[in-house]
Design a protein around this ligand. Structure first.
Ligand code: NDP
Length: 343
């Protein structure tokens, strides 16, 4: 049973050398009387929050930091090989919390949902039909509260890390809701993807904009109604100067800031008052009850081609450390997926 373990606590951003691929053994039969579930892991998800769990500092609420010498944990899609729990049986496909290893013995409580639709790629359950999809849906609709028709073209929406797992969906949800959407991303290829494949009205490469405030003024001469925040830092500071009165800032993530020893200061917060902005953080786990409604919304749109999803797929557990680290330099184009086995 190959595993990816954390070697030691990480300071600042993780490096490949902070993780190791090791070989262990796992019993292929459940212990007598166990109510756990033995999983064969098929797809593993790389997510930005994982870097916080690699450090010693307390991470997000509800997550436990990784222990040196133990495998990383994260979301995945898996097949049930053995089950001591009445809700699951051999052969079920499930998604939820698993470990970075080929086979895992986990408590059934870590499984979030059974895979319902097998006529879409299974990897979608760690992407568009999993946590990133639910995050985009809950964040945009429940926290952002888009309104139709406030301006001629609908509300103006800005999304950062716009080509990523969450961002690409926020942009598409906004377009489907009649909004005007601009995204920022870190390369020309990503900008092309946003404009030509993901249907954003416009997009720009933030790395090539010496003055983000001026860039936002160019794309939003009338101001931003909804900012979907994925990165924090300088981008947030520039956005605060470009929000419209009564705008909403949906704080989903701050990937540029998580592991900085000295997070960047945000200097323009007084605009929250001047422009009566609502800035609200949220955690997707508070919205899991919306999952059935979310599937009803999104599955037909996937099947009709009204929503597309870009994945960056790497094969093999040995590539997992490199893929995870790549999130923090923007190497991934779309949702970062690791394939261990297809079934
Ligand atoms: P992505 O697929 O977007 O991958 C991360 C991307 O962030 C990179 O590709 C890179 O894109 C961008 N990035 C990395 N470092 C920086 C930096 N220093 N400055 C600006 N951009 C940077 O990840 P996800 O879609 O999975 O996650 C997006 C955000 O959503 C994260 O902040 C994450 O923590 C958050 N999140 C929050 C949840 C919640 O419940 N609140 C749940 C799930 C995710 P680029 O090339 O464009 O720079």
């Amino acid at each position: 049973n190959k595993q990816v373990i954390l070697k030691d606590y990480v300071v600042d951003f993780p490096k490949e050398s902070d993780m190791d691929l090791v070989e262990t053994t796992i019993a292929q039969k459940l212990p007598e009387g166990s109510n756990e579930v033995l999983l064969k892991n098929l797809y593993l998800s790389c997510d930005p929050y994982m870097q916080m769990l690699m450090s010693k500092t307390e991470g997000p609420e509800g997550f436990r930091n990784y222990a040196p010498g133990s495998p990383l944990t994260g979301y995945g899609v898996a097949k049930v090989l053995e089950s001591g729990h009445p809700d699951y049986k051999k052969g079920d496909l499930v998604w939820g919390f698993t470990r970075w290893e080929e086979y895992s013995l986990v408590p059934a409580s870590l499984i979030l949902f059974k895979v319902e639709h097998t006529d879409v790629p299974l990897s979608y359950y760690i992407g568009i039909l999993g946590i990133p999809g639910m995050t985009a849906y809950a964040g945009f609709f429940e926290v952002g509260l888009p309104k139709k028709g406030e301006t001629k073209k609908g509300e103006k929406v800005f999304v950062s890390a716009a080509s990523g797992a969450v961002g690409q969906l926020v942009g598409q949800f906004a377009k489907l809701s009649g909004c005007y959407v601009v995204g920022s991303a870190g390369s020309k290829d990503k900008v092309d993807l946003l404009k030509n494949k993901l249907g954003f009205d416009d997009a720009f490469n933030y790395k090539e904009e010496p003055d983000l405030n001026a860039a936002l003024k160019r794309y939003f001469p009338e101001g931003i109604d909804i900012y979907f925040e994925n990165v924090g830092g300088k981008t947030l500071d520039a956005v605060l100067l470009n929000m419209r009165v009564h705008g909403r800032i949906v704080v989903c993530g701050m990937v540029s800031q998580y592991n900085l020893a000295q997070p960047e200061g945000v200097t323009n917060l007084a605009n929250l008052i001047f422009r009566r902005i609502r800035m609200q953080g949220f955690g997707v786990a508070d919205y899991y009850q919306l999952y059935p409604k979310f599937l009803e919304y999104i599955v037909p749109k996937i099947k009709e081609g009204k929503i597309v999803y870009v994945e960056d797929i790497v094969e093999g557990l040995e590539k997992a450390p490199q893929a995870l680290v790549g999130l923090f330099s923007g190497r991934n184009v779309g949702k970062q997926v690791i394939v261990l086995a297809h079934e």
